[in-house]
Design a protein around this ligand. Structure first.
Ligand SMILES: [Zn+2]
Length: 99
């Protein structure tokens, strides 16, 4: 009796593991097929990872930019980030004037 139960339990676990693997494969296939259509909807984890970049403020024009896209410059008070080369040189000129 106990042996049957154990075997049943093992079979149940085996089936569950198989379902998980197959389910994951199917989800992966569906996800891959959906990517060109709607990349932001459905896969919540993906969009979270994408929008996880830090926002930094340009001290010259006040624009918020993603840190990975911003132009960085070492300053006395740390690192400043700029939206464009124009803002960076403007900041540089201002810093040179106040020096
Ligand atoms: Zn700017």
């Amino acid at each position: 009796m106990l042996g049957w139960l154990l075997r049943l339990l093992l079979l149940f676990l085996l089936v569950r593991a198989l379902m998980l693997i197959v389910g994951g494969l199917i989800r992966g296939l569906i996800g891959a097929a959906q990517v060109p259509g709607e990349p932001r909807q459905g896969t919540g984890a993906g969009s979270v990872a994408r929008s996880h970049g830090t926002l930094v403020q340009d001290p010259v024009c006040g624009t918020y930019i993603l840190q990975e896209r911003a132009l960085a410059m070492k300053t006395a008070g740390g690192t400043a980030f700029f939206c464009s080369e124009r803002c960076r040189s403007a900041y540089d000129a201002q810093a040179a004037r106040s020096r």
